[in-house]
Ligand binder design. Structure first.
Ligand SMILES: [Zn+2]
Length: 478
């Protein structure tokens, strides 16, 4: 442990209750970004956060980033809050990100506690319930706690800190990419690396560093036939039926064992390095954890590493549904005249949105031709997001590794997320920075769900972790 950090850690231990009050205040402001009824609360949250930062000595300001349509009305997007503390050319400059908006929450959805009131579990488990407790107010408050400790102790931060907090993450981060682009050579200039705390441990016991995210391509296969729905008693056996064509095409995409059948796709996957395999082998995880999470034993294999790679570092193809199909209860004898089959592919390095789409379209066109159908078929990419992977040997990861060992007494797992966190890619690509995902909360925190919680221990040790990470970052050689 960097010796200079010791009175910081002591301060954290002595101010647990104050820090919990700070989180309680943040949770009490229902800053739901996706609902017009909460616009004033999102504004109030931005203002409160700004004032907190200013009172902690940060040079901070709100930035307007344009308008968007919310429930049919044109309204201002929640402001981005940027701030800077320290400008010493001899120190590294760390950029951090968080979001002060939250998902909607209604007591009627099945909460056992008030949604916007931080409630400590009466049984004494240390769980603190409330919307935003873990996603993402807890981590932002942890950063503020670090700043408060240094201000009160009269200590300078070991690094220069730049902060970017947005209020639209739960509603698509609209215009954030444009803001980053516009400030690339302005506010963001000079940042050496970046840390985002907005994901979770894989389990409930082992801290982790997250270095990869899968991307996604979402497709529709549109099969169009006659210009109206038909009766199977009258026209069955006389025409090419769109649904029959579609089912056949969808059956050619993936096997029940999860193998993707699109030719050429597997060849694009980046080979697994020994170092990477070691990281997967070391992860604290059992196939039973997946069984518990899905409520069944349907895993494709019982091998841990294969399962983890299936979720984190290999592409997957999922069939999602058919639009236009007869799906109500009953036995209607309709022949749908046009149907849309939906499927998506999770992307990993070195698959790209374009390379995968080229293969998908070429393959499905050829398979459709084989059917000899007189219907029309078109494959359309709905939306796409590229995969992301950081260099986990970068000094920022080494610093976080050491900080985790110091604070938790164990080495972190190195994980990847099977889904996407689009802002990560925006920051990494536009600013060209190494991005570290350093979670504070546990795998069972229930972000976006009812009874979202953050464990008191994760909040307090999370505060220590973020502070210690800064000290290790300052000490480590590039
Ligand atoms: Zn979040």
């Amino acid at each position: 442990m960097a010796a200079e950090a010791s009175n910081f850690l002591k301060y954290v231990d002595e101010h647990e209750e104050d820090f919990i009050q700070r989180l309680a205040k943040a949770v009490s402001i229902p800053s739901v970004s996706g609902n017009i009824g909460y616009i004033k609360d999102v504004e109030a949250m931005a203002e409160w956060l700004l004032q907190q930062l200013i009172s902690l000595g940060v040079k901070a300001e709100k930035r307007a980033i344009g308008q968007h349509k919310l429930e049919g009305k044109d309204v201002d997007l929640p402001p981005v809050i940027i701030g800077q503390l320290g400008n010493d050319p001899n120190k590294k400059t760390l950029l951090i990100y968080g979001h002060y908006d939250v998902q909607p929450a209604l007591y009627e959805d099945g909460w056992h506690y008030p949604c916007f009131e931080l409630t400590q579990d009466p049984s004494g488990s240390g769980r603190m319930y409330g919307r935003g407790s873990t996603d993402d107010k807890g981590p932002i408050m942890a950063w503020l706690n670090v700043l408060e400790a240094h201000q009160k102790l009269g200590k300078e931060l070991p690094v220069n800190l730049k902060m970017c907090f947005e209020g639209m993450e739960e509603n698509g981060s609209e215009n954030l990419d444009k803001f980053i682009e516009s400030e690339k050579n302005g506010f963001f200039a000079g940042a050496d690396c970046m840390c985002i705390s907005d994901n979770y441990w894989l389990n409930t016991e082992t801290p982790c560093l997250t270095y990869g995210l899968r991307g996604i391509n979402y497709y529709e296969i549109r099969v169009n036939g006659p210009d109206r729905d038909l009766h199977s008693g009258v026209f069955g056996g006389t025409i090419h039926e769109p649904m029959t064509d579609l089912i056949l095409l969808m059956s050619k995409l993936v096997t029940p064992a999860g193998e993707i059948l699109i030719p050429g796709l597997k060849d694009l996957i980046a080979p697994v390095t020994d170092e990477e395999r070691e990281k997967f082998e070391a992860i604290h995880f059992g196939v039973k954890d997946i069984h518990a999470a899905v409520g069944g034993d349907q895993t494709l294999t019982n091998d841990k590493v294969t399962t983890l790679m299936g979720r984190m570092r290999n592409p997957s193809l999922s069939l999602h549904g058919i639009e236009g199909a007869f799906s109500a209860t009953g036995s209607k004898t309709v022949i749908p005249c046009s149907v849309k089959g939906k499927f998506s592919i999770r992307l990993v390095p070195n698959l790209t949105i374009k390379s995968v789409t080229d293969l998908v379209v070429k393959y499905l066109d050829a398979e459709f031709k084989k059917l000899g159908s007189k219907n029309r078929c078109e494959v359309v990419l709905g939306h796409g997001g590229e995969p992301w992977m950081a260099d986990f040997t970068h000094y920022s990861y080494r610093a976080a590794h050491k900080a985790t060992e110091d604070v938790y007494g164990q080495a972190p797992d190195y994980t990847r997320e099977g889904g996407s966190i689009p802002v990560t890619l925006d920051f990494a690509d536009i600013l060209g920075l190494n991005v570290l995902l350093l979670p504070v909360g546990r795998g069972d925190d229930g972000a976006h769900s009812t009874d979202e919680k953050l464990d008191r221990d994760n909040y307090i040790r999370g505060t220590k972790l973020l502070g210690s990470y800064m000290y290790e970052l300052a000490a480590i050689s590039k």
